[in-house]
Design a protein around this ligand. Sequence first.
Ligand SMILES: [Zn+2]
Length: 292
Amino acid sequence: MTRNDLVRPDVQRFALGQMRVTTILDGAQMRTPLNPPFAMDKDEDALRAIGAAHRLPWDRFQNNYVPTLIDTGTDLVLIDVGFGAAGRESGAGHLRARMERVGYLPGDVTVVAFTHVHPDHILGVMEDGAPAFPNARHAIGRREFDEWKRGDLIPPQRAKNREMFLDLIAPMEERLSFLEDGDSVVPGLTAEAAFGHSVGHMMFRAESEGRQMLVWGDVCNHYVFSMQYPDSPVGFDDDKDAAIATRRRVLDMAASDDLLIAGHHMPFPATGYVERAGDGFRWVPAAYQIWT
Ligand SMILES: [Zn+2]
């Protein structure tokens, strides 16, 4: 079998109260090595043991990218936009085509909300030189926008990423909606601060008929290495100490409150629950309990 013969699920839709939630695989890429970015405080023996315990390779990982689309009945909110054309030669950038396959046209999206401005979350905002979601209002965390514009707190390894921000997002300033912790994006969807992975990273909580779901963006980037070892520094995190504190806080909240999670880098279909396990946590994939 060649890589092109591979078939894997790429769209999931389920109900959250009166809302309809769709998770869509923008794409997936094998990345090497595993450390860094993950488990930067662990040696090779420890990585091999963790990998073996989870039937995972210890020296590479697959990153997958999963935007979430929330149909509230009055709004269609897209959280993060994937890689767009920039990802298409390397296995990503399929968000719009896969949305259309299940009946949502790009012009149907009323709000695009960004968790943060790393490439896999913003590059798909344009397509062929025009807005990819032409009728949408775009919303972003106030701190995320201001700090990426100012630049002082953006680490040097994100220099290219900052150019992407200045190219794609900064010119939208006049038309953007800015979000602070606790702000409503649309009725039933609230923004929450989760700083660290990126300086002003936000997450989003959807609620309908007493059911809740937290779209946590990149609070955790790997379902084993980030969750079982939340205190391990992660190369992808721009402010490592803040990211660790946020990860601990959000994982703790998710476990205590039994929250359904949609995670951009969790294994597709990227929905699950968090359970305490030893000093860390465990990802419990959601299945038919959310499909019925
Ligand atoms: Zn990401």
